[in-house]
Design a protein around this ligand. Structure first.
Ligand SMILES: C[S@@+](CC[C@H](N)C(=O)[O-])C[C@H]1O[C@@H](n2cnc3c(N)ncnc32)[C@H](O)[C@@H]1O
Length: 200
């Protein structure tokens, strides 16, 4: 619209850097436990890169679709809404999978994007995920007492989801304001974290 900046899939500065899956592969393979699963939120134009590098290195490579029920509208109706986000997932034989029925096994999950009051307002994180979505993934792919790692933690939604499901959590975040917001969020979480250790 006149006077407005163009909309695209770049949410923040980190989207301006090219993701190179091959630079992440060795560390992912180094830290994954024998029963572990890896989930990576990505976009349609990156999925080929992840597949090319990760598929030969793991027994199985699949993907899930997260359908957002309230995406940004397109008022000119000149294209599809950006209502889907892709999540690539991979694992090795012997991995944890907790499906109880066929319905849970659809590689599709539908939720609204993160809204108030769950969404933090200060700082605003452009890609804060809904805890419900992360709980779904964590529940099907790990057991109580397991450790979940989010190496791009943002404001800690994966940590809150892990805590709610009695999993341990390790988070890594580059930006101090998001890291501090996560610490505050943990302290204020309704269930109150029993123990947490944070470092800069
Ligand atoms: C898409 S957001 C993560 C959202 C979060 N995982 C969630 O579920 O709500 C990506 C985050 O990675 C952080 N980041 C970017 N490069 C990083 C790096 N090299 N190490 C750690 N964090 C990084 C960004 O500051 C940003 O908060």
């Amino acid at each position: 619209m006149p006077g407005r900046s163009a909309l695209n899939n770049d949410l923040a500065d980190w989207d301006k850097l090219e993701i190179e899956p091959k630079n992440l592969l060795d560390n992912f393979k180094r830290i994954i436990k024998p029963k572990g699963n890896i989930f990576i939120f990505t976009t349609y134009n990156q999925i080929g890169k992840w597949h090319e590098v990760f598929d030969p290195e793991f027994d199985t490579f699949q993907f899930m679709v997260w359908h957002k029920t309230n995406p940004t509208p397109k008022i000119y109706k000149n294209g599809f809404l950006n209502s889907c986000e892709l999540i690539v997932c991979m694992w090795n034989k012997g991995h944890q999978w907790n499906f109880s029925n066929q319905k849970e096994m659809h590689n599709f999950i539908q939720t609204p994007i993160c809204m108030q009051p769950e969404r933090l307002s200060n700082p605003k994180h452009p890609a804060q995920k809904p805890v419900k979505l992360l709980e779904h993934i964590i529940k099907i792919a790990s057991n109580e007492g397991d450790t979940i790692l989010d190496p791009f933690m943002g404001v800690g939604s994966t940590g809150i989801a892990s805590y709610n499901l009695n999993r341990n959590f390790i988070g890594i975040e580059l930006e101090k304001e998001y890291f501090d917001a996560t610490c505050k969020r943990f302290k204020n979480h309704e269930c109150k974290m029993k123990e947490y250790a944070m470092s800069n």
